[in-house]
Design a protein around this ligand. Structure first.
Ligand code: HEC
Length: 157
């Protein structure tokens, strides 16, 4: 199978879905859960917290500056090619992402992006909007957690 076919076919299908829009009442501006509709095959947990290795909600302690500094290093190396904090780039701005999505959702997005853009309604919508795929950067769970800590420091008050 050629790479080309693989990339183009799902994008076209998603774009068609994204532009149609008339049938679905629950568009996903706010919380991921708001995107739930009767046809979704995802569990309520997955709708709110994403699909991937994190399978229970995460409660975060007070900000850990050392962990955030580690995360900043990982982010600069593995994420900054596609994301900025304040403006749209290849992917969405991430400055406010910790106020938009749950910690587990962000972890699952980092650790399992392909399944997220293939199956999660919120991420499918982002794919249609940004017309690029988030490539899996193969972070360990610890690295992803550090990046999450860094993202917490970037949320505007
Ligand atoms: C090749 C470009 C690329 C790289 C590298 C990349 N991303 Fe993404 N990211 C995207 C795109 C594009 C999207 C929108 C979803 C999609 O189309 O797959 C996205 C979506 C996201 C989202 C979801 C935002 C939301 O509002 O739900 C998060 C969180 C995220 N990326 C974090 C990261 C982190 C952290 C890294 C580094 C480990 C990273 N990304 C690396 C392109 C990238």
């Amino acid at each position: 199978m050629s790479m080309r076919n693989y990339v183009i076919v799902p994008l076209v299908a998603l774009l068609a879905m994204g532009c149609g829009g008339t049938g679905d009442s629950a568009e996903s501006e706010g919380t991921p859960a708001a995107a739930a509709d009767a046809t979704s095959d995802l569990t309520p947990f997955q709708l709110e917290h994403g699909i991937g290795p994190i399978t229970s909600p995460m409660t975060l302690a007070a900000l850990d500056p050392a962990l955030a500094a580690t995360g900043q290093g990982v982010f600069n190396e593995k994420c900054s090619a596609c994301h900025k904090m304040d403006v749209r780039y290849v992917g969405p701005a991430l400055g406010g992402v910790t106020t938009l999505r749950s910690p587990a959702f962000i972890m699952n997005m980092i650790l399992n992006p392909q399944e997220m853009y293939e199956r999660h309604p919120v991420t499918k919508e982002l794919l249609a909007q940004y017309m690029s795929f988030m490539a899996n950067q193969n972070l360990t769970q610890d690295e992803a957690r550090a990046v999450l800590e860094y993202l917490r420091t970037q949320a505007s008050p």
